[in-house]
Design a protein around this ligand. Sequence first.
Ligand code: B4P
Length: 190
Amino acid sequence: MRLVLLGAPGSGKGTQAARLKDALKVPHISTGDLLRAEVAAGTPLGLQAKEVMARGDLVSDEILLGMLEERFSRDDTRGGFILDGYPRNLAQAAALDALLQRLGQPFDAAVQLEVDNEVLIERLAGRAEAEGRADDRPESVRKRLQVYDEQTAPVIDFYREHGQLTVVDGVGSLDEVFKRILAAIVPAAI
Ligand code: B4P
């Protein structure tokens, strides 16, 4: 199964991807996690990304594509993957398409977790309290939601127009959402 998980910040992409990777036995590739690892390691890329992420903006397409190409060059992605956090704008969608074509691995399903803004804000406020992530502060969350509406929503529209989008209701318990995703993608895997 080659799965692309889409959704606004706080929609549950990372949360559900962590469960899906065990169920589907494929690696979970999170561009957010890859970036946070660079920040934690204090690499030059991480130093560049840190401030951009903290204020809720997108890190440059060039950096992201380089990271993604490196990750996809590893053998473990040959049997499938769950891609979480990418693409976040139309340029990234085009870059992903070109990369997967080149690898001969077009995705099977693009799943959007649909959650309304009130719930997103509540969830991210909860995580800000629990984990203290810099980009979960209210001003960064506002910016991330704005960036999502302006840059990522067009990607969702693009996949919808091309018949490549599966929308899943992302409101409910972790188990409920997980079951809905599995029910939506299993036919795509056959
Ligand atoms: P990400 O790491 O992708 O962060 P995110 O959009 O907030 O989603 P995340 O997966 O972490 O949260 P989840 O919804 O699972 O990106 C962070 C930053 O990295 C971006 O702002 C950007 O700067 C940069 N970046 C990443 N990818 C990039 C790209 N392609 N291009 C450029 N820049 C990029 O969960 C959120 C909270 O909700 C958690 O606390 C969770 O426990 C809770 N939750 C989840 N599901 C729930 C449920 N069903 N019920 C209740 N709570 C739930």
